[in-house]
Design a protein around this ligand. Structure first.
Ligand code: FE2
Length: 329
């Protein structure tokens, strides 16, 4: 017998009460401490879920069929698993844990299923949307660190729907990216571009996630928003969005993404802005000052939060590579 198997108990006569510890035992040879910890907790919670709900075989098959359908509807441009994670509140929860934000930095929010990797890089002042029905919107933003210093040459992914509330990837006749672009901040940490005023839209609800929402008596709408993603070495990756104030879905976003600090008003360009950015006075204007956090600041905060959260649960852990694993020493 393989000597590494010696500490594994015989897997026989397993019961409702001892199945969990036996699954832990057989997984205990895993050499990746973090993976072992994640699987141990996942199995514990899954088993407790079944014991607590007294899950029936029919219900479990319904769940498996549901997950199968979620997988089957996924394509290159349709990501039903992200959607499922979003409507269960898991996406926003993971983002909050993994990207904690100190006061006065820009909060993160859900990535959603519509980010792509084919957006073209755009120069300052260009238009990211070519929808003639959209309300033209000038967007002028700044990008700073926690100390107020401008951050130059940050890669910024921006994406929004057309005026009907659909992303380009939802159009069967999509030939090239539209309503999305990549920009870089200039030496003053500024970036600006032309877009259209965002509108509310329903998340795709013709698949299994839509059916689930209907059963839960939930609507599928997201409030009007524009997505932003910031990347630069040395800074914590920021995935966020700006939401329009007084949107009918501001307080009932289907994917729980709205945060007060990300809610903005659409203003009007005054004479100075109009002259500087070559738009007529009164042109719709969105301005926002983004604040990025360094990777070092984020990982310190993440580790501190982990310690506090796991202490509360009475769990003895140590932080390895920024993530908790059981402390067995
Ligand atoms: Fe969106």
């Amino acid at each position: 017998m393989d000597p590494s198997q010696v500490k594994i108990p015989p897997m026989k006569d397993l019961t409702v009460d001892n199945i969990t510890e036996n699954v832990h035992a057989i997984n205990s040879l895993c050499e990746d401490e973090r993976l072992k910890y994640i699987l141990e907790r996942l199995v514990t919670h899954l088993h407790d879920f079944a014991r607590e709900t007294r899950l029936s075989s029919d219900e479990w098959m319904t769940g498996l069929r549901f997950l199968t359908e979620v997988g089957q509807i996924c394509t290159e441009v349709r990501q039903e698993y992200i959607l499922l994670s979003d409507v269960l509140g898991l996406s926003i929860l993971v983002d909050s844990i993994d990207h904690p934000k100190p006061a006065s930095s820009t909060e993160g929010t859900v990535l959603g299923p519509f980010h792509t990797h084919d957006a073209e890089e755009m120069r300052a002042g260009e238009a990211m949307s070519h929808d003639p029905e959209g309300e033209p919107l000038l967007v002028v933003c700044s990008l700073r660190d926690l100390q107020g210093r401008p951050i130059e040459d940050v890669k910024i992914d921006i994406w929004e729907t057309d005026s009907t509330g659909r992303y380009d990837v939802q159009r069967a006749d999509r030939r090239e990216p539209d309503g999305r672009c990549i920009m870089r901040s200039d030496a003053e940490g500024m970036f600006w571009f032309h877009a259209i005023t965002p509108v509310p839209y329903p998340i795709p609800h013709d698949g299994p996630v839509g059916k689930l929402l209907k059963k839960m008596r939930r609507h599928p709408f997201r409030p009007s928003h524009m997505h932003f993603m910031f990347e630069k070495e040395g800074y914590d990756h920021l995935v966020t969005a700006l939401y329009l104030r007084n949107d009918p879905y501001e307080t009932s976003d289907a994917v729980f993404g709205v945060k007060d600090s990300l809610v903005v008003d659409i203003g009007k360009a005054g004479p100075e802005i109009a002259q500087k950015y070559h738009v007529p006075e009164g042109h719709a204007l969105l301005t926002y000052d983004f604040v990025l956090v360094s990777e070092a600041e984020t990982s310190e905060l993440r580790a501190r939060n982990s310690k506090i959260a796991l202490d509360k649960l009475g769990r003895k852990v140590k932080i390895v590579n920024g993530l908790p694993v059981p402390d067995l020493d």
